[in-house]
Design a protein around this ligand. Sequence first.
Ligand code: ZN
Length: 203
Amino acid sequence: MKIICIGRNYAEHAQELGNEIPDEPVVFMKPKSALLQAHTPFYYPEFTNELNYECELVLRICKNGKYIQERHAANYFNGITVGIDFTARDIQNTCREKGLPWEKAKAFDNSAAIGKFLDLTPAVNLKNVNFSLKKNNETVQKGSSGKMIFSFEKIVSHISNYFSLNIGDIIFTGTPAGVGECVVGDELEAFMEDKSYLKIDIK
Ligand code: ZN
């Protein structure tokens, strides 16, 4: 499986990091080793002094495909959850300044945490999935799929022009405004609508 991530998919978040609104999806990847396994502790990585959380909606791919047309894209995913795209912001800023790749800042071990997937049914309105993140019981991020610059269908279609999608791949669809730091001892809890899907203690 592979983990594909979209950057700058919410206008307010692009602005808070001083980035332009993109005219096509910003795509990067994490290797399989980035996936934080369920019930595994998350340890603060020793190479960063500025670990950020980015809470995002995550899709599960259920069908192999490439060159997927946007109007057919909804057939290629069948589950949704919330996840955290952990980012070493200090390293990312250095990489950006030097024009270097982002992997050390974004794709390190355990940098992709995901909740249990909700199976998609017609009852789930993909155009308005609300999600949020609490840090130490206080809401720090709130988003809705309705505010994404690029829809789920657009993202799946765009990615598939470059990378074949395979059953079991997952897609992080971008974070809304409110990203921030976490430190050892913090507790992060991610919600879809009002249900908790993911809880992480930073150790
Ligand atoms: Zn992200």
